[in-house]
Design a protein around this ligand. Structure first.
Ligand code: NAD
Length: 276
C-alpha cells in the first residue's frame, strides 16, 4: 500500500500518512511496532529529540535494510537545544541517533524566545543540504507573521494539533495562502476525548465499511493535510494505513465540520507554559 504524496514548496515529496512515535518508550514494544509498520507499508516516521526514541528508530530502520531514499524521516529540535549553536548540535545528535547523514524534515518543536537564532541555524542546515526541508511546529499565525521579518526562507511545514474537535480552520486557511503545508499532530485527539465514539463517525464509517478512526484519518487526507497517527498496536497500525480505497464526499466533510468543539487537548502555542 502506497500513501498519497504532498509536495512541499521546494518540490520535496512527503508521504501524506506517516507513523507518529510520541510516547513509544518501551524499546521492545517500539521495535515490534516499527517492524509491523514497515511491513504494512509506512515509510514516513515522525520523531523528535524529546521523544527519546530516535536511536531505536534508527537501529530498527537500519536492521530492516530499507534504502534510505525510500524513507521520510522527520525530527524536531527540543526547547532546551534552541539557539544557533545548540540547534546545530541537536541536529547532529539526531542524525547520529537515527544513523543517517540527512533528515527529510527538521522542525522547531515549539515557538520560544530563541526562535530567530534557531531558525537561522535551520536555514543554514537546509542550505548546506543536510536537511531536505525545514519547518515549524506549534506556530500560530502571529508567530508565522513575525517570521517574515527575520526568515530568509519561510517554513515549508507547520505541524499543529488538529482533529475534528479542533479543526484549525483559520490557521489552515492562512497556511494555504502562505504556501506552508499543514501537518496534523494528535490527529485522533490523542485518546483524550470521546471523538472516536462520536455517532456521526460510526454512521459515516458504516457507509464505507471503515472504523471511526479511519474516517477521521481520511478526513485529514481529504483536507490535504499530512497526518501522523500513533499506535503500537499492530491491528491499529494496519487500520490507520487502510485509508486509500475510499474518499469522503462533500456531504460527509460538511457533517464532520459540524462536530467542531474548538477544543484543543494539548498546549496552546500562544501560551505554552514552558519555562525557557
Ligand atoms: P494520536 O491522535 O495519533 O493518538 C494516538 C492514540 O490514539 C494512541 O495512543 C491510541 O490510544 C489511539 N489510537 C491510535 N489508532 C487508533 C485506532 N485506529 N483506533 C482507536 N484508537 C487509536 O496522538 P499523538 O500520538 O499525540 O499524535 C500523533 C503524532 O504526532 C505523535 O506520535 C507525534 O509524532 C506527533 N506529535 C507532535 C507534537 C508536537 O508538538 N509537534 C505533539 C504531539 C504529537
Amino acid at each position: 500500500m502506497v500513501t498519497p504524496i504532498v509536495t512541499l514548496t521546494n518540490g520535496v515529496e512527503i508521504p501524506q500518512v506517516g507513523l507518529g512515535v510520541f510516547l513509544m518508550t518501551d524499546e521492545e514494544e517500539t521495535v515490534w511496532a516499527l517492524k509491523h509498520a514497515l511491513k504494512v507499508g509506512y515509510r514516513h516516521f515522525d520523531t523528535a529529540a524529546v521523544y527519546g526514541n530516535e536511536a531505536v528508530l534508527g537501529q530498527t530502520l537500519k536492521d530492516a535494510g530499507i534504502a534510505r531514499e525510500e524513507l521520510f524521516l522527520t525530527s524536531k529540535v527540543w526547547n532546551d537545544m534552541q539557539g544557533y549553536e545548540k540547534t546545530k548540535q541537536a541536529f547532529l545528535e539526531s542524525l547520529e541517533k537515527l544513523q543517517t547523514d540527512y533528515l527529510d524534515l527538521y522542525l522547531i518543536h515549539w515557538h520560544g524566545p530563541y526562535v530567530k537564532d534557531t531558525w537561522r541555524a535551520m536555514e543554514e542546515l537546509y542550505q548546506a543540504g543536510k536537511v531536505k526541508a525545514i519547518g515549524v511546529s506549534n506556530f500560530s499565525i502571529n508567530h508565522l507573521e513575525a517570521m517574515k521579518e527575520y526568515a530568509t526562507i519561510m517554513p515549508m511545514v507547520n505541524q499543529v494539533e488538529t482533529h475534528p474537535y479542533f479543526p484549525q480552520d483559520e490557521l489552515r486557511a492562512y497556511l494555504e495562502k502562505e504556501n506552508i503545508r499543514h501537518e496534523s499532530w494528535g490527529p485522533l485527539s490523542q485518546g483524550k476525548s470521546d471523538l472516536l465514539l462520536h455517532p456521526l463517525l460510526a454512521e459515516i464509517g458504516e457507509k464505507y465499511g471503515k472504523t471511526p478512526a479511519q474516517i477521521v484519518l481520511r478526513w485529514h487526507i481529504d483536507r490535504g493535510s499530512i497526518v501522523i497517527p500513533k499506535s503500537v498496536n499492530p491491528g491499529r497500525i494496519h487500520e490507520n494505513f487502510e485509508l486509500f480505497d475510499f474518499k469522503l464526499n462533500d456531504e460527509d466533510l460538511a457533517a464532520i465540520a459540524k462536530i467542531n468543539l474548538e477544543t484543543r487537548y494539548g498546549r496552546d502555542p500562544e501560551n505554552t507554559g514552558f519555562e525557557w
